[in-house]
Write a protein of this length. Sequence first.
Length: 255
Amino acid sequence: MKDALVAIATHTFKEAVRDRILVLFVVFAVLLMGFSTVLSWLTVGSELKIVTDIGLAALAFFGVLVAIFIGITLVHKEVEKRTIYAILAKPVPRWVFLFGKYLGLMLTLAVVLGLMAIFYLALVTWKGGTFPAHLLPAIWLTYLEVSVITSVAILFSCFTTPMLAAVFTLGTFILGHLSWGLRELSAELTGAASWLAIGIYYLLPDLETFNVRPQVVHDLALPRGYLLESFIYAAAYTIGMLLLAVILFRRRDLK
């Protein structure tokens, strides 16, 4: 099983890095970060804070786009090319196939985010004069957020078309940053409506957990243990989504 998992992950990584859309996303992210320096000259406020804020936002936004546009096609491409039949004809369980795909995509995202992060850190270092070590936790949390969105994209790709999977995943991303409103709304409602609101709140990923831009921009320290708690939450939610994806994928008729 281990060899199959590594082989699928490696193949997924090699296939993903050849996708031209990755180059476009990296180029646009770099251009946006570079443009932030120009924008900082035209905006009232600290130039360094503006560059820091826009740069982190670009990392998160383009990281999520990569996760969505590659994650939604992972299963579809294999079915369309009929290569999945050759893989599953061997003693390779479907859960190994999905987990291998996920690991390969996460490796790809690590490389993509790493390249963008290097440029971003170099830009902030040039702007601020010293290496911004305080930004490293924010970059790590961005990667955790992307890992959650990737698992959601794979889940939807297991039972619907790439177009619908993209819409559903993007919707989950948006709602995941607004889910705190459901918790507040549930307190204002009563009966079944309140339970429904709180149920949806717990089903959606709380992506604001990974958004620490306000703290980083204003140089505020994160609570002790925050990074560990965020990692545990991301890991638990990701595993839950992948297990659900495995259940759905097992029931899918690939003929």
